[in-house]
Design a protein around this ligand. Structure first.
Ligand SMILES: [Zn+2]
Length: 284
């Protein structure tokens, strides 16, 4: 069976900060992967001190598109589909009020466009977003709503009849930032380096923990692919400070202490268990 995976993300760089090592691992193992990115990330600030003042805000969309293409190639996505909506920014911002902002689009229309891509590529596995309680960016919440509806809509012949032959996705997952992961890395950093960059993350993760018990988390072994994921993230040169917190934990320590990426099981049409550790297990 040809295995296919579709990853749906809100902004350029999300594909590199959420599950990149896992996708790289699957691609290396022969899985075909396609990336769908909903917005151009126009509301992003330039977060790399080395590039501040060197790129104008009006050039940013083109720069971010080039960064995205480079990152996607590093991860191994064979194709990048840009939905072309505008980054919604945070509530109350000027970006948030713009008509082209993703958050101001008709939900069913956006869903229909993603359904068409799913019916064309026919992935068994879709990666989307969880409810993002800990980072309620409007575009991430929009992608979460799409994630929850997508498999059912793509399989239903009565919905979007002009968007191709119905296709039943087998499983939908969402990259998850779990307390387990951050606690493991936090403690390893305190022990081996003497300081940890994760105090702020722990507070936010723990604030979102009330539903942790209800979440079904599958750990995927990404050992050997952590650095490749980081290379993809570094390709987003305007968005990522190469000396910043994303890279504060040495790759060798991540590989030693927590070489997994965590994914919440969002939807399953071929049953699975958290313990299987493989998106495609049992899909024929
Ligand atoms: Zn994002």
């Amino acid at each position: 069976m040809e295995r296919r995976l579709l990853a749906l993300h809100a902004h350029p760089d999300d594909e590199s900060s959420k599950g990149a090592a896992t996708v790289a691992r699957y691609v290396a193992d022969g899985v075909r992967a396609v990336l769908v990115t909903a917005t151009g990330g126009e509301a992003g600030d330039i977060l790399n001190p080395a590039l501040e003042g060197k790129i104008s805000q009006s050039d940013l969309p083109g720069v971010r598109q080039a960064e995205l293409a480079a990152a996607a190639a590093i991860i191994g996505f064979e194709d990048v589909e840009l939905l072309g909506y505008r980054d919604s920014g945070m509530p109350g911002s000027e970006d948030n009020a713009r008509a082209e902002a993703l958050c101001n689009q008709d939900f069913d229309e956006v869903l229909g466009r993603v359904v068409e891509i799913v019916r064309g590529f026919r992935p068994q596995v879709v990666l989307g977003y969880d409810n993002h309680e800990w980072y309620p960016h409007p575009d991430h919440l929009f992608v979460h709503r799409i994630t929850v509806e997508l498999a059912t809509a793509a399989a239903d012949p009565s919905r979007y009849p002009d968007a191709g032959q119905p296709w039943q996705v087998s499983r939908v997952f969402a990259p998850a930032f779990t307390a387990d992961r951050f606690v493991a890395l936090h403690e390893a950093m305190l022990e081996k380096v003497g300081e940890s960059p994760f105090d702020w993350v722990l507070e936010r993760i723990e604030a979102a923990e009330p539903n942790a018990e209800a979440r079904r988390i599958m750990r995927i072994d990404a050992a050997g692919y952590v650095e490749q994921g980081r290379d993809a993230l570094r390709a987003h040169r305007t968005q990522i400070d190469p000396d910043g917190r994303w890279f504060a934990v040495p790759t060798s320590l991540v590989e030693e202490v927590y070489p997994w990426e965590d994914f919440e099981i969002i939807d399953e049409f071929v049953p699975t268990t958290e313990a299987s550790g493989d998106f495609f297990e049992g899909i024929v």
